[in-house]
Design a protein around this ligand. Structure first.
Ligand SMILES: [Fe+2]
Length: 460
């Protein structure tokens, strides 16, 4: 047994392997590119380093792509056969990854959390649990897991800054914006390469409608979060959201073309961010040219493997297929979702409770049955937090709801939803634009003018 620089015991006697494990962790915590190379070097150095295999499986798990599940299951099988070579903590990781591989993502989070109780410096367990909380919409644990261990850490312990980044994001998602910003900025001071810390501050600036500050935050620190980062596309997407708010649609499209919707490397998070941006532009009546068609093509290439796997991914696939009018592919996706919905797992429950009604709403919107879409969204919207993602990402559903009401000419519904939005985001030009359209539908030209004037004042 050797110990890592976190004091965590690993079942190996090879110091080089421990060093490579620590380096891989550093990449994981910062979301830096190159994690795969570190893992490969580690497992080449010691092919039977089972804790390293578990780390590899955990990295694959947090990608939330079905294509990685066979490899994750293979790792679980291999490591299960070597259980007597593991310590208790490593067996905890095996239990977590095993639950994950069976679609029981909440149970996986429980196991990773249990490890943290006994080993509060196990930063891999913390990273995994944090990501599970994020993708299952568990906002309570999203901040509390970091809070439970934070007093036991200090600046002298490696990756302390990255722990602050997780804590900041959890605070932001639970609406402790001021504290989240302070801690997120401290994270980036201590470790300027922490893309998650940048992201946490970016979320605060989005939620507080501080759009110009958001642009400055990302632009001025671009080399820290954009270069060689697995999270760069998502951070580019956040930057584009500020452009949408300030109605610089050409700027948002340029970011879409130049940074977000690239062909390589091709992964689902990229397609989701691309879809989420085009969706917001569509709801502002921006002509996106043939971008929807190209995006739908890419989703069609994905759904044979990814369709029906994870509800949050599926929602974005549905939007792209609907906008590209790929109705036969849409039907295929819906059938895959129905199959998943029969499973008694975290993923099955998400599919049953969220994806199935959302698919009906998306189809209804695409086929101009907007009253039906609004009615379905009225019922499913309170549940969508359970399919994970951030508040900013799930805003795609909120905007869908308002957009469907406006498209359907449903003035009262549009106005109610616009009221909800303007009270929540009083400094958002977008919220007032929606309000302007809702008032117009109600025939209230004076209020519509006032709402648009407010939007213009906020934009100046
Ligand atoms: Fe985000």
């Amino acid at each position: 047994m050797l110990k890592t620089h976190h004091g965590i015991e690993l079942s190996t006697s090879n110091a080089n392997v421990v060093a490579l494990y620590e380096q891989a962790l550093n990449h994981i915590h910062r979301y830096e590119a190159g994690t795969g190379a570190k893992i490969k070097a580690m497992l080449t150095e010691q092919p039977d380093f089972w804790a390293g295999h578990l780390l590899f499986g955990t990295v694959l798990a947090t990608a939330t792509e079905a294509r990685f599940m066979p490899k994750i299951r293979k790792i679980v099988d291999q490591v299960s056969q070597a259980q007597d070579k593991l310590n208790d903590r490593e067996r905890g990781h095996l239990s977590a990854l095993s639950a994950f591989s069976q679609g029981q993502w909440r149970e996986a989070g429980f196991h990773w959390g249990k490890i943290l109780t006994d080993h509060p410096h196990d930063s891999l367990a913390l990273h995994a649990a944090h990501q599970i909380d994020f993708i299952t919409g568990d906002d309570y644990n999203l901040w509390s897991r970091a809070a439970r261990v934070l007093p036991l850490w200090n600046e002298d312990i490696p990756n302390y800054a990255n722990l602050l980044g997780m804590y900041a994001f959890g605070l932001e998602e639970t609406n402790f914006f001021s504290k989240a910003e302070d801690i997120g900025r401290r994270c980036c001071e201590l470790d300027p390469r922490d893309a998650w810390g940048h992201h946490a501050v970016g979320h605060v600036l989005e939620m507080e409608c501080r759009f110009e500050e958001g642009i400055n935050w990302y632009e001025s620190r671009r080399s820290e979060w954009a270069d060689d980062s697995e999270l760069s596309v998502h951070n580019w997407w956040h930057l584009a959201l500020y452009y949408v708010e300030r109605e610089d649609f050409a700027g948002a499209i340029a970011l879409f073309d130049e940074q977000i919707s690239l062909e390589e490397p091709d992964y689902v998070l990229r397609l989701m961010d691309a879809t989420a941006l085009l969706w917001r532009l569509h709801l502002r009546s921006v002509d996106c040219g043939d971008r929807w068609q190209k995006l739908a093509d890419r989703w069609v290439g994905k759904i044979a493997v990814e369709g029906g796997f994870y509800a949050f991914n599926d929602f974005h696939a549905m939007l792209a297929l609907m906008m590209g009018e790929r109705w036969s592919d849409f039907k295929q996706l819906r059938d895959q979702i129905k199959t998943q919905a029969q499973q008694p797992t975290t993923l099955g429950v998400m599919a049953r409770d969220i994806s199935i009604p959302l698919a009906s709403a998306v189809e209804a919107y695409g086929k101009n049955r907007c009253e039906e879409a609004v009615s379905i969204l009225d019922q499913v919207k309170p549940l969508v937090y359970r399919f994970g993602g951030s508040e900013a990402q799930r805003d795609a559903v909120d905007q869908f709801h308002i957009g469907a009401a406006i498209k359907g000419g449903l003035g009262r519904a549009a106005l109610a939803l616009a009221h909800e939005r303007t009270l929540k985001k009083e400094e958002s030009p977008l919220a007032w634009r929606f309000a302007g359209e809702a008032y117009k539908l109600m025939g209230d030209e004076v209020s519509a003018d006032n709402a648009n004037t407010k939007a213009i004042r906020l934009l100046s």
